[in-house]
Every structure is written in C-alpha cells, then in structure tokens.
Design a protein around this ligand. Structure first.
Ligand code: NAD
Length: 355
C-alpha cells in the first residue's frame, strides 16, 4: 500500500472516454455539455484531421481554427480569438498533440468556454490545469483550473498514424511525468498508484506498438498510460528532469519530446540514490535494481533517441545549460551541484548509458 498519513488531492470534474472510434461521439459530447457551436482546433499540418472531425460533428461544428503552433505563442492565440469571435462558438474541440491542446487551453482561459479534447500524442497536457505560453521569446507557465479540459476522448484510431519515432519519444515524455511523480515532494498515494500503472502500461504496450503501429489494443493502452502519466503531471510538482528539459527546449531549441526521451535515464538515474524506495516501481517494472540502467535498456529496446548531440545540441553549450539549470530555485530529491549536473549533461550529450 502506498498510503500516506497526510496528503491533499484536487480532482477536477472530468469526463473521460476510451475507445477506438470514440471521436464519432464528439457531437453527442458537445450536446451533453449543452453546447451547439464547436470551434475545432488543430495545427496547420493536421488541418485534414480537423476537417474530418468537423464533418463528423456536422451541424454542431461552427468552423475550424487550424492555427496552433508549438509553445502556444500569445500572438497565435490572439489571431485565433479574432477568428473565433466571427464563429460565435460556444465550446472548443481540440484535436492533436500538446501544441493544439495548448491553444485550446489559452482560448478557454480567455473565453471561459468548455473544452473537449481528442489527444493524438502522449504528452498529457489534456490531463493538467497547466498552460505554457510564449511571448517575445519567453515561456511562462500558469496553473489555473479554467484551462483544465472537461471532456477527454481517447480514440486509439487517431494515434495509429503517429510515426513510430514520434510515438516512442512522446511515450518517454509521458513516462517522465510518472517517474518524477514518484518522488515528488507533494506526492500522494493516488498519484503514486497512477504513476506506477502508467509506467506499467507503457512498458507493456510500447514495444507492441513498435512491432505493429496499427495494433489498436496496444495503441489504446498507450493512451491509457498517457492519461495516467498526464494526471500525475497535473497533480504533483516535477523536479530536475522537467527543469533540464525546459532549459534545453527553451534556451537551446531542442525538440520537446525527444529531449525528454534522451534525458529520462540520466535524470531519474541521478535522483535514484536520493529517492530510495520511492522509485521501487521503476526498479520492478523495468527489471533492474539500477534505475538509470533499466530505463536506458528500455529506451534502447524501443529505439529511442539516446544522445543530445543527435538532437542538435552543441557540446560548447553544455556549461551554459548547467548554469541555467542551477538558476531558478526548485526542489529536487538530490541536492544540485553544478559540476554533477554538467557531468549528467555530458553523459546525455554523448549518449552514454545512465549513471
Ligand atoms: P505536438 O502537438 O507539437 O505534436 C508533435 C508532432 O506530432 C507534430 O509534428 C504533430 O504534427 C505530430 N502529430 C501529432 N499527432 C499526430 C498523429 N496522430 N499522426 C501523425 N502526426 C501527429 O507536440 P507534443 O509533443 O504532443 O506536445 C508538446 C507541447 O505540449 C509542448 O509545447 C509542451 O510544452 C506542451 N505540453 C504541455 C503540457 C501541460 O500540461 N501544459 C503537458 C505536456 C506538454
């Protein structure tokens, strides 16, 4: 049992549906919210997906807003708001990954409209009250219950088209939420349960998806893992792993999910000695008493990217990345020493097996 004598937990009102083909019930879900004019959001690249969904929704679709971009630029949100006013929409339907869901959250914050989300990656944004936005090259993050989506429809058919390399990186991105959730200072017994179950789901289903990306059952199980891991991300505080990925993405332009995938064995391995038994689920699920080695072996099994240098990181920038990681004060189970962080970054840059 992971019972703790003292803990707090906020659970938003949430409707969740899993099922291959469940996207075809989006219209019914719009009506269930008491709404009649949905704005369907996507990225420009996934406009076709949004048009198809709007076609399914029929009369209840007010129009599509295919403007979402990575890191939710405020300028894009403002352009979407203008388009949005003309649509007279009364709810938001986001179909896509974290970028599209980010636009939906940014619009919900400004309009108060309810959101239905159909995730097509495993990043987990749909399960959190967190919104990251960029303006003038700076990314800021806020936590507000108004951005938390009310309805999530996980349709395994929508992720079949996710190419295997993106699938793998996105899955390891999700797993990082669970791994850091296990040792979070403000964790709770339910977050620990969700984290372990989420890691178990990916450990089982991700190799199956790599063998056959069309396997709907395995795809569904990875979405189940994504929801569990995303829920952990929304409930408890993250530490070194998320901080480092934020620095590498924000200041050096590295790709979001791939950076998480490369860093995972290194950061969680780094914290293993300090986290002690809290990381036992990782030891058990990945079958290695050495947390970093177990996660690295799994990453290799599914063909994940393993080196920051392969993502375009310059060796000469590692020192500055270590400095930035030391900058803002944040909690971590293992005290942060600049030279140790630099050593960790060097190992991740070269693609060595975890510490
Ligand atoms: P993304 O939405 O940009 O998608 C990644 C890539 O996958 C894109 O190229 C997209 O076109 C492609 N793709 C998505 N679905 C596809 C499909 N079904 N078939 C084929 N290709 C598909 O990125 P992401 O990794 O999902 O999310 C990352 C973003 O989300 C970051 O900006 C991150 O900060 C944010 N995020 C926020 C939270 C939060 O709680 N606020 C949580 C996780 C991630």
């Amino acid at each position: 049992s992971s019972f703790q004598p003292e803990f707090a937990l906020s659970q938003p009102a949430l409707r969740l549906r899993f099922g291959p083909g469940v996207r075809r019930d989006t219209g019914a879900e719009i009506e269930r919210l008491g709404c009649a004019r949905a704005a369907v959001l996507s990225t420009p690249g996934k406009r076709g997906m949004a048009e198809e969904l709007a076609g399914d929704i029929g009369q209840l679709a007010a129009g599509i807003v295919p403007l979402a971009e990575m890191h939710t630029p405020v300028s894009v949100t403002q352009a979407a708001l203008e388009k949005f006013d003309r649509l007279k929409a009364d709810c938001l339907v986001s179909i896509g990954g974290g970028s599209t869901i980010g636009l939906g959250k940014a619009l919900a914050l400004r309009t108060g409209l309810p959101q239905i989300v159909l995730p097509t990656t495993y990043a987990g944004s749909e399960a959190t009250p967190v919104l990251g936005q960029t303006e003038g090259g700076r990314k800021t993050t806020l936590t507000d219950p108004r951005v938390q989506p009310q309805v999530i429809l996980y349709d395994a058919e929508l992720v079949r088209s996710l190419p295997v390399p993106i699938t793998v990186a996105s899955a390891l991105n999700a797993m990082a939420h669970a791994a850091e959730g296990l040792y979070a200072r403000d964790s709770n017994p339910l977050a620990a349960l969700f984290a372990a179950e989420g890691l178990r789901a990916f450990h089982k289903a991700l190799p199956a998806v790599c063998r056959n990306p069309q396997d709907l059952r395995a795809r569904g199980e990875t979405l189940y893992g994504a929801w569990l891991c995303g829920t952990v991300l929304g409930q408890v505080g993250m530490a070194l792993h998320h901080k480092l990925c934020h620095v590498l993405g924000g200041s050096f332009g590295l790709p979001h999910a791939e950076t998480h995938a490369v860093m995972l064995p290194h950061t969680i391995g780094f914290n293993a000695s300090a986290a002690g038994a809290l990381l036992d689920p990782v030891r058990e699920i990945f079958g290695d008493a050495d947390v970093g080695r177990g996660l690295a072996a799994f990453a290799d099994q599914v063909g994940a990217p393993r080196a920051l240098r392969d993502l375009g990181m310059a060796e000469a920038d590692l020192g500055r990345a270590a400095d930035l990681a030391m900058e803002a004060a944040y909690w971590n189970p293992r005290p942060l020493v600049r030279d140790e962080i630099l050593g960790l970054l060097r190992a991740a840059w070269a693609g060595e097996t975890g510490p």
